[in-house]
Every structure is written in C-alpha cells, then in structure tokens.
Design a protein around this ligand. Sequence first.
Ligand code: HEM
Length: 430
Amino acid sequence: MVAPRRRASVTQTLADACVTSGPHAPEGEERFVSGSHESTTTVPLGSPEMNRNPQPTYREMRESAAVMPVVDSLVVVSRRSDVEEVFRRPDVFSSNMSAVDLQNVRPLIPLQIDPPEHKKYRRILDPLFAPRQMARLEEPVAQLVNDLIDGFDGRDEIDFATEFSIPLPSQVFLTLLGLPLDELPRFLAMKDGIIRPEHVTGTVRQSETAQAHQREAARSIYAYFDEILDERQAKGRDDLLTTFLHSEVDGHRLTREDILDICFLFLIAGLDTVTASLDCMFAYLAQHPERRRQLVEDPGLVPAAVEELLRWESPVMMVSRVAMDDTELDGCPIRRGDHVSVLIGSANTDDSEFGDGDEVRFDRDPNRHLAFGGGIHRCLGSHLARQELRVTLREGHRRIPDYSIKPGHTLDYTTGIRSIYHFPMVLGQP
Ligand code: HEM
C-alpha cells in the first residue's frame, strides 16, 4: 500500500544546498524539517557541520524518513535498499538532462543517455578505461605525485588543496588526453566555470552573472576540444582523443559531437571527484595518526584503505535522478517529474549492508560500497580513480609519513562533492 506523501517545510532544499552553499553558507541556515503527523525531525542538510561530518545526519535520515519529500518536487532517498532500487530502475529514475543542468547544449555521454542507447556508448568506452589500460598509468601517475611533492620539499606547511589535490587529477587527465601539462590553468578554469560559477564570480549560483559565466565556460569547452580534435584528425597520436576518433563497436562509430559530449562529461566527472577523494582521505588520515601509521608501516594495506575511505567518506555524497513516471519507493509516492536525490553516503554507512557501518576498518571484506554509484551509470572512471588514489596514498606516505591539519584551523567541505577549498597542512611531527 502506498503511504500518504509526507510533507516537509524547507528553507533550502538539498538540491539547492548542493549547488549553492559550500563553505560560505552561514551555519544553521539550511535546516529543514521533515515530519509526519506523529513526529518531526530536524536535519541540518548542507550545513558546514554536516558536510564535515555527515554520517550522523545520514543515520538520522535513514531512521526518521528514509524516503523524504522535501518540497513539492524533490525527494531524498537515504536507505541502502531504496538507493539500490533507484539504481536498478534507470527507465523510471533517469539521469537525463533535466536531472542536472550544467548549461550543456546536448546530453552528456554516457551519463545523460537513457537505456537502451546508453549501452552502445559504454561498450565503446568501458574497454578504454578497463583495469589493464589504467595499470599503464602507474608510472606516469607516480611521477606526477612525486613531482608535486618535490615542489614543496623542505617546507613545513602547505595548502594541500591548491598545491596537491586540485592540480593532480587534472594533470593525470592531461596526460591521458595527450595534452601538455601547461594547459592546467585553462583546464581548471573550464571545470570551475561549470561546477562552481558562483565561486568564480563571487555571486550566488542562480545569479545572471554566474549563469552567464557557466554558459561561457560550456561554450569554451566545446570550442577547446573541437580544435584539438581537428589537430588529432589531421595527425593522430597515441592518446585517448585519437583513440576516440577511431573507436568502433558493432559498426557504431563516435561522431564529433559524441566525442565533445564525452569530453565535457570527463571535465565534470573525473576531476573534482578525485580532488574531493584526496581531500577527504588525507583529512581523515591527518586526524587519525594510528590509521596513518598502519599505512606507513604496511603499504600493502593501501588498496583496502582506499576502498574503506571511499565508503566512509563517500566524497560524492549524492547523485540526482528525475522520475519518468508516477511511482513509489518504500511506500512513498513519487510523481512523474519529481527530482530524486540519492544519498550514496547514507547507503554506504547503512548497517543493513555493513553491520558496523560507523566503524572504519581497513580489513573490511566484503566491502560493497556504492561510492562509484551503481547500476548502468556506475562510474566509468573507477579504475582510473583507484589507480590515482592508490598511487598517491602509497607515494604520499612514503615521502611524508607525518602530517596534520594546521592547529586552530577547521576544515570546510563543499556540499555534494566534498572537496576542501582551503586545507592548511603541517608536514612532519607536530
Ligand atoms: C574517486 C573518484 C570518483 C568518484 C567518487 C566517482 C563517482 C561517480 C559516481 C557516484 C557516478 C554515478 C553518477 C550517477 O549515477 O549519477 C559516476 C559516474 C561517472 N564517472 Fe565517476 N567518479 C570518480 C572518478 C571518475 C573519473 C576519474 C572519471 C574519468 C573518466 C569518471 C567518469 C565518470 C563517468 C563518465 C560517469 C558516467 C557513467 C555513465 O553514466 O555510464 N569518474 N562517478
């Protein structure tokens, strides 16, 4: 039986919080109340405290209103079983262009493509991002990590974000695409123009200034890759862009527009996610020296630690879907056109899957976390991301076994994708 739709008053929805708040939002402003006739729960969604330490809020949500209509057209899903159900039903819960608007003019490939067409693209892309292909990046990634560390050799304080976690994933991507590393500033500007135009322009995300900046960033991304593809078309190289131009599965070839729509998505999906994972992992390890010591003494633990910290921190807190039909989840009615925020972080700490979801254990096995999502849209770049994270944790702890957050500084995490803009880190023994 379908339960009556539970209502919630809201001062800022999770979706808004996800894109508009970040570290600049005043503490306590984004609280909403979810309640049935019998009970009322206050959940500090999107607050700095929740972004820093989201697991207690996830638990509260799972226990109070697992499928929670926040405002008329937004539903938040927090239990493991419901999150898995959303991922299993992409025909009903779509990630098409209306799930998230990034000022792209065509659907991003493959994220905003519904089945069955989606499969056609994954069959071309999956082999290019398979573990064996990504293993070839071991050496170049280790080199990039060590070069960045060399850059602050001898210093006793750095900003981990600006000097390490922001440049590294973009440098890896430039390497993969066969582009020179001095394109880094341009790459970062294009990515930030789409993901955080409000930050770049110093306004709010809905402002005309921010939107215009985002549109211009989108235009520059298409133009930038179009030009490079012209070059690769004229003279191929041993890089991903040249491979895209010649890839074919079952007679299907990628068109120029397809490749542009894939490259656009890579900028959105493949850079900030790794930055946020590095931020979350190093912040955790800075604050848990006993865990850090485990990795320093036994680097063989790094792969398991990466999985466990991806689970616990869930750097991508949530993903978005739009309902294609009237349906229901866990007894809660969902109407066609409703937006659904799927709380991956909550599914990743749900005791129904993990037993002791609030414990961080580097020996967790099995560890069926959903940090890379699930179902047909599960992360294409998971093997690349794992490679980057493993090499960084291994080399980072080999070169710098002791580090801590600068005394007196409180880290602020952004909402949605949990990166840290300003991360002062003290190197060496305190
Ligand atoms: C630790 C780092 C990363 C995390 C936590 C992460 C997380 C995710 C998640 C949760 C999704 C599912 C989105 C949804 O269902 O709406 C996703 C999809 C995707 N990710 Fe990642 N990602 C990471 C790194 C990367 C990298 C390095 C790439 C570069 C290729 C990448 C490319 C993609 C693509 C193309 C999709 C869409 C797949 C599809 O729709 O079929 N990701 N990622």
